[in-house]
Structure formats: structure tokens, C-alpha cells
Design a protein. Structure first.
Length: 421
């Protein structure tokens, strides 16, 4: 590394330094757990981002399904600014203004417009929402009945318990021993799930669409079958809606596509449109398993985050965000399926993955970024798209054109050497 002192490192340089083979770790202020970033973003508005050199990008990733209303949404910005001037934090020892209102709004969303009869615990992230769900399941199950059954390829977070729930063994290895009490089954295979259920099982935890695992939707038969098995055996049916929740898939929650009624629903990401907030909703009779003092957080449900969530939920309702995700998602998927070198497009609403035909997804995502389109390679052969739910037809056309060009140029660059040789 050639930079002379930490003061002279820009965030991009610092991040690069952290992961470069010659990294001067003493001088680098950031831990090396993230890869080197290609750009530094300094501003966002609607579906557009600007980098530190003034280049503009169309954001079809939304900070990993977070900024569903687009960047710097005026209603969210106003709510956050107003709240910041009035009251930021007092702790959960005291009542604050928005959390009851937001909990009621979430309960209505879980009930698809009518009260679902649940209660909410607020926290700060998706992993924390799942931690709350796992602790609730253990509390409801009692000692000896603590196992949570999850699917392979699932993603539930990076804390130790949610990492153990995550069905990706390659992510476990470095951190053994993980907390015990998690069992994994093949995705969308009801018979295997049934075989995994014994009287140590407290809950089943599934995503309606596996987001990080490659955008793999559940089938209706699977979710309905899981619900039936859970009811027959008095096991909690818990749904991780951290990525799929809050209109992303074309319904308020992904499970609503399958006409099931889970006992516990976790969410985060889009709830604050970028302000960190997570929530664990549970049917009131399930939530009753928690006694006073069983679970807590310093920041969860504090006024700044709940002010943002209140503005997000009001805006989503006003613009009928689920319908927008459904309609725009259908148009986007149809356009993507027609592209050369696209084998398939899967997903629900505006959570989509484009399966490439013989082209590596990593280089395509990098080429997209160079050409002003933000997407990510969710597997080695698939590009994930999770644009803001507020995008218009013109943004769909712009993204599809850019993606088509980038797929083509990567495909050509791979073919070129063997043709010329
Ligand atoms: C389905 C799902 N659950 C949990 C998480 C973890 O959320 P967080 O990163 O906010 O802890 C994620 C993050 O991508 C997710 O997609």
C-alpha cells in the first residue's frame, strides 16, 4: 500500500486497503470482512444514485431490498428530520409516540388490511428480528422442545444463532461451534420436512422466497403443507419476511401469496427505507410465551426508527405499493425473459433473479456497475434485481437495455479469445 497516512485515505481507498494483499492493517480503519468497493455513493434520489465523481447510476438493488420507496423519499426524510429535532431516544423504560401506531399498522399489514391479532417486538435488524423469533419459539416450546427446522440455501442473518439457522454450511465452518438446536431440510420438499419433525421441534422457520439463496420462491403446496404439519403437531410456523416483506413481492408479505397464516413473522430492511429497524410479529397467544424481562434491546422501537417506519407504511399504503410491485414486477420479468443469454427469470413481484445462459453473473454485475446500473450477482449464474417499488416504465426500459448490453459484452469477451485462437 502506497498511501502515507490513515488521514489521507478516502473511504474507498481505506476499504480497498483493508482487503488488498499488501494491506497495511495498522493504518486501515476498517475490518477486512467486506470486499473492496468499486464506488463510493454520496447522494441518492428516487431510483438514482450519484457517486463521488458525479456519475449517475440507476439503482435496481435498493441497498439489498431496503430503499423500497427510493432514495431520500420526502415523507421519510421529513419524518426523520422532524423527529430528530424533537426526541431521538429515551429507552424502552418509557412509552414513546410511534411504536404503538406502527405495531398496529404492521398487524393490519400481516392481516392484509384487517387486524391479524398479533403483537410486535421492535429491534434494529433482520438478524435481531429472527433472534427474537428463535427465543420466542424456545420459550413457547419449553426445555427439550427447542429445535428450529430451517431450509438449506436459506439466509436468516449473521449473529451466531441466525447463522446456525442459515442453511449454508460453507458460512458455518469458521465459527464452530455454533449454538445447537437447528436442523436443515431440502427446500420445497415437504416429505423431507415432515421426516425432520419430532417432539424436540418448537418451530419451522422459512422464507417465502429465499433471497440470498438465489431468489427461490416456495411453492404454494409447500407452504400450505408446512402450515398443515405445524398445526397437526402444535409446532410454530415462522416466516422470515426480512427481504420479502412490506410489499416487495407484490403482497404486503410474501406468505400471503400462499394463503397461509403463520404464527410468527419477522421483518426489517424496507421497514425504515434505510433507517435501521426490525420487527418480530407474533400471534398474541404465541407472544404471550414471553414474560417480562425475557427479551430486550436498548434501541429497538426508539422514536427515530419508528417515525421512519410510520412514514414508510403510510406512504406504501397511499401508493398501494403491493400493486405497484406486482404490476411493475410482471412487466420487468416479461422484458427480462426476452433477452438473449437469459435462460429464465424467477421470483415474485419486484424481487427477481435472471438466470444467465452460459455467462458468469459476477462479471455481468461488475459491467453493469461500470455502465451505471446497480444490481448484484446472487449466485454465480444469476443476477438479482430488487428495484424501488416506485419505479416507472421508463426505469424498467433503461435497466433492461443496460443489462442486455452488459450481458452481451461479457458474453463476447468470454467467447472472443477462443474464437480468435
Ligand atoms: C431473509 C433474511 N433474513 C435475515 C436477514 C438478516 O438481516 P440483517 O442483515 O438486517 O441482520 C437477511 C439479510 O439479507 C435476509 O435476507
Amino acid at each position: 500500500m502506497t498511501t502515507s497516512s490513515s488521514e489521507t485515505l478516502s473511504p474507498v481507498e481505506a476499504h480497498r486497503a483493508a482487503v488488498s494483499p499488501e494491506a497495511d492493517l495498522e493504518r486501515c480503519p476498517l475490518m477486512p470482512n467486506y470486499g473492496p468497493p468499486a464506488v463510493q455513493f454520496v447522494r441518492g434520489e428516487g431510483p438514482y444514485l450519484w457517486d463521488s465523481h458525479g456519475e449517475v447510476y440507476l439503482d435496481f438493488l435498493s441497498g439489498l431490498a431496503v430503499t423500497s420507496l427510493g432514495h431520500s423519499h420526502p415523507a421519510v426524510a421529513a419524518a426523520v428530520a422532524e423527529q430528530a429535532h424533537r426526541l431521538l431516544h429515551v429507552s424502552n423504560l418509557y412509552a414513546t409516540e410511534h411504536n404503538g401506531v406502527v405495531a398496529t399498522m404492521l398487524d393490519q399489514a400481516v392481516g392484509d388490511g384487517t387486524p391479524a391479532g398479533g403483537q410486535v417486538f421492535f429491534c434494529n435488524s433482520g438478524a435481531e428480528a429472527n433472534e427474537a423469533a428463535i427465543k420466542l419459539a424456545r420459550r413457547a416450546g419449553g426445555h427439550g422442545r427447542h429445535v428450529v427446522v430451517c431450509a438449506f440455501q436459506s439466509f436468516h442473518g449473521r449473529t451466531l444463532a441466525t447463522l446456525a439457522a442459515t442453511g449454508q454450511p460453507q458460512k458455518w465452518e469458521a465459527f464452530q461451534p455454533l449454538p445447537e438446536g437447528f436442523r436443515h431440510v431440502v427446500w420445497n420438499d415437504l416429505e423431507e420436512l415432515e421426516r425432520s419433525l419430532d417432539d424436540t421441534v418448537a418451530a419451522v422457520l422459512l422464507e417465502p422466497v429465499q433471497g440470498e439463496g438465489g431468489v427461490n420462491p416456495a411453492t404454494v403446496e409447500y407452504f400450505q403443507g408446512v402450515e398443515r404439519l405445524c398445526r397437526e403437531r402444535d409446532i410454530l410456523f415462522m416466516v422470515d419476511e426480512v427481504q420479502t416483506g412490506l410489499a416487495r413481492t407484490g403482497r404486503w408479505f410474501g406468505f400471503q401469496h400462499f394463503d397461509v397464516s403463520p404464527d410468527v413473522v419477522t421483518m426489517a430492511k424496507a421497514l425504515g427505507n434505510g433507517v435501521p429497524i426490525g420487527a418480530c410479529w407474533a400471534k398474541a397467544e404465541v407472544a404471550a410465551a414471553f414474560s417480562r424481562g425475557d427479551h430486550a434491546t436498548t434501541y429497538g422501537g426508539q422514536p427515530l426508527a419508528t417515525a421512519a417506519a410510520r412514514a414508510v407504511l403510510s406512504t406504501m399504503k397511499a401508493i398501494d405499493a403491493p400493486r405497484r410491485a406486482r404490476e411493475t414486477g410482471a412487466a420487468l420479468a416479461e422484458a427480462l425473459r426476452k433477452l438473449p443469454k437469459v435462460a429464465d427469470c424467477r421470483g415474485l413481484g419486484l424481487l427477481l433473479a435472471v438466470e444467465l445462459d452460459g455467462v458468469e453473473a459476477g462479471p455481468v454485475a461488475a459491467e453493469c456497475l461500470k455502465n451505471g446500473l446497480v444490481v448484484n450477482a446472487v449466485t454465480s449464474s444469476a443476477i438479482r434485481l430488487a428495484p424501488p417499488l416506485t419505479i416507472e416504465e421508463s426505469h424498467v426500459a433503461e435497466a433492461v437495455n443496460k443489462l442486455a448490453g452488459c450481458i452481451e459484452s461479457v458474453a463476447e469477451s468470454v467467447v472472443a479469445p477462443s474464437e480468435s485462437g
